[in-house]
Design a protein around this ligand. Structure first.
Ligand SMILES: Nc1ncnc2c1ncn2[C@@H]1O[C@H](COP(=O)(O)OP(=O)(O)OP(=O)(O)O)[C@@H](O)[C@H]1O
Length: 623
């Protein structure tokens, strides 16, 4: 069965590079054990050669002189040697299999660690691309299952190669003319297996996205984060059914792939066996005609079986290695891709050593930005400046571009057009921007580690400082509830783990704020930092935010006008553009978008005060 033209192929050069990559990985994982395993396999293969030659010699002596004849002593020595070599080979196999297990565990760790390092280096924009996620998925697959296989197969292949050479050498001595026949008989089998392998890898590539969908559903159904809503909406059954449909697709594809190749492989196998049968017939005839001695014929036929099984095993191993190389190519491409991305920022990162506290101003000059794969730009021609010590607010309707702008200012995405200027340096290194900035995102992460670790993640360049962690928590209003946790700052914040606790959403938000304060960066980006706080806490934090951040520059994104009205400057965004800017009073006087939104938010409260009982009456009658 021919492979379809869109199925992947890797050239010999690429294969060589992948093999070198695999060997390098294993070598780096544990070179000593690798050498031990190879040495044991080598010795075992030499043992096989010695065994074949000895068996032939014993058999030759016995058939020519009879067991009780003069060669008895020599034969006995040879038989003892055969047993000793067999026993030694057994011990070597045990030794190498034990070493192999340790090597495989170490190789697994090394490779998975390579994937994790590469994934954590990847730039944020790459996470917007489904192709990147497919690559990650395949790299993770390669890291989880392939290293052990590659290690085992590489070693088994080296052993199979050595024993094949050993058997081949014995063949050359005994019946060289059977060697090409043995090799020829294995060719169709190898070709069929190779075609199947290529198609199998093609299928694996095509299924990457389906598998990601399935993983996502599995996560929803088995994780704690989704458990609440999945139950509230009774989604379990429907999600399970969706998962089943996804899985069925993979099974259908696998069945049709296997059905196609099974016939080809059976035919190839039968062809090879027929050829061997024909050769045995010839040998039989040669013995009968007296051209071949019985001893040589028996050794040759045994060798033929050994040789074909070895070559087939070797072929299967090379095929397996070839398949594993396909997967490792994914891993190699992934690792190389993220290395390239970080190489470009390696030098400026070192240059960014000046203290972040020197921050004086950050400007966006006519920046534009479109998310990868998006049809419309999220930002057009945005210009703004934040200076040291200023309290700047960004307001605007949902989807107007506030968070996107914050992500660009924080060095998470480079703008597509225009430029940023940091402290007079145009187009600053994104790493420098990230060092300068302490963000609290709307969708901040809830780390399921200890409360102390969760705050200390704000600053990873220094060892965690308990005093500073508590101070940051106090500033964010988190200390009061953290100190009441069973293990205070050492409490794990995840009920999935032993002794774990959970927090309320507002408490989580304060923890995120504490993390930003602990970062001690000069520029704070606060994206809806009070959205989950109760009115009292919100009012308290809004009042204190300026004082809490007195020595820093703050960019506050908020829909709460009470929190932004005291800002030094307010930028109003609409449809990806800055449409108004100024202080609260100026914007109210302008009577534009800001004034409209402000009044819209303030109106219900005015109604309450103005019409007091009327409003409560309306609320009551609605119930
Ligand atoms: N990762 C993304 N990929 C593609 N488009 C995105 C992505 N994130 C946001 N957008 C789009 O970019 C535009 C701006 O989104 P952004 O999150 O910046 O708005 P926002 O003003 O912060 O909204 P909100 O007030 O709801 O938080 C929106 O049209 C949104 O749909």
């Amino acid at each position: 069965m021919a492979t379809s033209p869109d199925e992947p192929r890797i050239g010999a050069r690429e294969q060589g590079a992948c093999l070198a990559f695999a060997v390098r990985l294993v070598w780096r994982a544990d070179r000593r054990r690798l050498i031990e395993v190879i040495a044991a396999q080598l010795a075992s293969a030499v043992g096989v050669l010695a065994l074949i030659l000895l068996v032939r010699s014993v058999f030759g002596t016995v058939t020519s002189t009879g067991p009780g004849a003069g060669g008895g002593r020599g034969t006995l020595v040879a038989v003892v040697l055969v047993v000793a070599i067999g026993s030694l080979s057994g011990v070597l196999r045990l030794f190498s299999s034990s070493r192999n297990r340790i090597l495989a565990a170490k190789a697994d760790r090394h490779v998975i660690s390579t994937v994790l390092a590469s994934a954590s280096r990847a730039e944020l924009a790459r996470f917007e691309d489904p192709v990147f996620h497919d690559t990650v998925q395949r790299a993770v697959f390669a890291s989880r299952s392939q290293p052990t296989m590659v290690v085992a197969m590489l070693i088994a292949a080296s052993q199979a190669l050595l024993t094949t050479i050993a058997v081949g050498t014995a063949f050359l001595v005994m019946a060289w003319w059977l060697l090409p026949v043995a090799l020829l008989s294995t060719l169709p089998v190898l070709r069929a297996a190779r075609a199947e392998r290529d198609a199998g890898y093609g299928l694996h590539r095509r299924l990457a996205e389906d598998r990601r969908v399935r993983q996502y559903i599995e996560q929803l159904l088995t994780g704690r984060d989704g458990a609440k809503e999945v139950r509230a909406l009774d989604l379990g059954r429907i999600l399970h059914a969706k998962w089943d449909v996804e899985y069925q697709r993979e099974i259908d594809d696998t069945v049709s792939w296997q059905r196609g190749y099974l016939r080809t492989r059976i035919l190839a196998r039968l062809g090879a066996d027929t050829l061997i049968l024909a050769v045995i017939g010839c040998v039989w005839w040669l013995i009968g005609s007296g051209t071949l001695s019985l001893a040589t014929a028996v050794a040759a036929v045994t060798g033929l079986f050994l040789m074909t099984s070895r070559v087939q095993a070797l072929g299967a191993l090379f095929n397996g290695i070839g398949e594993a190389l396909f997967y490792l190519m994914d891993l190699r491409t992934f690792a190389a891709g993220t290395e390239r991305a970080t190489d470009s920022e390696a030098t400026p990162r070192q240059a960014a050593a000046s203290p972040a506290g020197e921050f004086t101003a950050l400007s966006a000059e006519s920046i534009g930005f479109t998310y990868p794969g998006a049809a419309r730009p999220a930002l057009h021609d945005v210009t703004l400046t934040v200076r040291r010590g200023e309290f700047i607010a960004l307001v605007g309707e949902n989807g107007s571009g506030k968070t996107t702008l914050a992500k660009i200012l924080g060095g998470l995405y480079p703008p597509d057009s225009g430029r940023l200027v940091l402290d007079g340096t145009p187009t600053p290194d994104p790493a420098r921007l990230r060092e300068t900035c302490a963000p609290v995102f709307q969708d901040f992460l809830r780390y399921k580690f200890t409360a102390g670790e969760s705050i200390a993640f704000g600053r990873t360049d220094l060892p965690a400082d308990t005093g500073a962690i508590v101070a940051a928590a106090e500033r964010a209003g988190a200390h009061a509830f953290l100190k009441r946790l069973p293990h205070r700052y050492d409490t794990v914040l995840g009920k999935e783990f032993s002794d774990g606790c959970d927090l309320s959403l507002g408490q989580w938000q304060r923890l995120a704020l504490a993390r930003a304060f602990y970062r001690d960066a000069p520029f704070l980006i606060l994206d809806e930092p009070t959205a989950s706080l109760d009115p009292q806490a919100e009012a308290h934090l809004s009042d204190r935010l300026r004082a809490l951040c007195a020595d820093r520059t703050v960019l506050l994104i908020s829909h709460r006008f009470a929190a932004v009205r005291g800002a030094d400057r307010i930028y109003v965004m609409a449809d990806g553009r800055v449409v108004e800017q100024g202080r609260h009073e100026e914007l109210m006087a302008e009577d534009g978008t800001y004034a409209r939104l402000y009044r819209l938010q303030a109106l219900p409260y005015h109604d309450d005060t103005a019409v007091g009982t009327d409003t409560s009456h309306r609320r009551l009658s609605r119930r």
